[in-house]
Design a protein. Structure first.
Length: 362
């Protein structure tokens, strides 16, 4: 009964997600004006907007002008309905937890399809999802507790930012990326370097000091990526010899937390900044979009860090398999991360437990 009800709710939500996917990247309001046929402009009535069924009843055509309606609309509705139903089956209690799981599902579907269409992950959805994840953890401890949530958000974003940093360093043969003003990726790497040696608070403080120096100088202070990322690796190596106050795991953890804190704060600054001539000149090669870092932060907040690693592993595996199957088109990484995140919401924690048990660690 609950599962059937969940499917219906999901199909209706999926119908709304179609509007979000279509309008949000265009900067249009998602609630106004009412939906119209994109071909003839005729306003859609209630009969045209019954999820899945309208599309089937009118055989995938507009009732007024006969223009074909993409099969993706009913597919998104069916996918959302199916995942809402699966969530209700896996979490068979009609409580706040189920509502949060549905919210997480809806956000991931919207993000995936927008990324497929436009190669972007809108800040309103990634940061909105991050905030909802932290809120759910703080108030209802669902799906994880508060300390797992905020640390998961920072460490997950930090991990992806640093993977991106090292990959870019290889791509650019050791040359630095373009510095940001007043805050840029170079501050993420600086935070990681200082944190690996001295702890994550000092890392964040060092990045904040470097941003303050930028503001005082009115131009970016050069911080070579090879130097900062190299210092981070060296810090972890030195920590593994036990000569620092930090142990090796503490050093790595501090590095991830500090890098994530600076990446998410810097990303929020760029998101809230009024649009300027962004992107345009951005022709330097990048291994990973910064949107993926923010999506990782969102997933970390929902899952905690251990299950986030499960999500990342699923994403990389699915990306490799599907990448081989669909070689024609460059697919963005966001949908794979979303898939991994959804899988890890239900099975991540138990897979982490099983793996630790396998290693004899728990
Ligand atoms: Zn029409």
């Amino acid at each position: 009964m609950l599962v059937f009800f969940a499917f219906v709710v999901g199909a209706v939500v999926g119908s709304f997600l179609n509007v979000v996917v279509y309008r949000l990247p265009a900067g249009e309001s998602v609630v106004h004006p009412p939906s119209r046929c994109p071909s003839c402009g005729h306003r859609l009535g209630p009969l045209d907007m019954v999820p899945i069924l309208s599309w089937l009843a009118f055989r995938g055509r507009c009732r007024y002008c006969g223009a074909p309606v993409s099969a993706r609309y009913p597919l998104v509705e069916a996918l959302t309905g199916g995942l809402f139903a699966l969530a209700a089956w896996l979490h068979p209690v009609p409580d706040v937890g189920l509502l949060l799981a549905w919210g997480f599902t809806a956000l991931l579907i919207a993000l995936s399809f927008i990324d497929i269409d436009h190669y972007i992950l809108p800040d309103s959805l990634t940061y909105g999802g991050l905030a909802l994840g932290l809120l759910g953890a703080a108030i209802w401890a669902f799906p994880v507790g508060w300390s797992e949530a905020w640390q998961g958000a920072l460490a997950a974003a930090g991990l992806l930012a640093l993977i991106g940093g090292f990959a870019n360093l290889v791509l650019r043969r050791g040359a630095s990326g373009r510095p940001g003003f007043p805050v840029g990726l170079e501050h993420v790497y600086l935070a990681a370097a200082v944190a690996a040696w001295f702890g994550w608070g000092w890392g964040v403080l060092a990045a904040a000091a470097a941003v303050a120096v930028n503001l005082a100088r009115r131009r970016p202070l050069p911080l070579p990526d090879a130097l900062t990322l190299g210092a981070a690796v060296l810090g972890v190596l030195v920590a593994s010899y036990g000569v620092l106050p930090l142990g090796v795991l503490e050093s790595v953890w501090a590095m991830l937390l500090a890098a994530g804190a600076v990446a998410l704060a810097g990303g929020l600054y760029w998101a809230l900044l009024p649009e300027e001539e962004e992107e345009e000149e951005d022709e330097e090669p990048v291994a990973m979009g910064f949107g993926d870092v923010k999506l990782a932060g969102m997933l970390g907040a929902w899952l905690g860090f251990g299950p986030f690693l499960v999500a990342l592993a699923v994403a990389v595996f699915a990306g490799a398999v599907l990448g081989l199957l669909f070689r024609r088109r460059k697919l963005p990484f966001g949908p794979y991360l979303a898939l991994g995140g959804w899988v890890a919401l239900w099975w991540g924690a138990s897979w982490v437990q099983a793996y630790l048990a396998y290693l004899g660690l728990s």
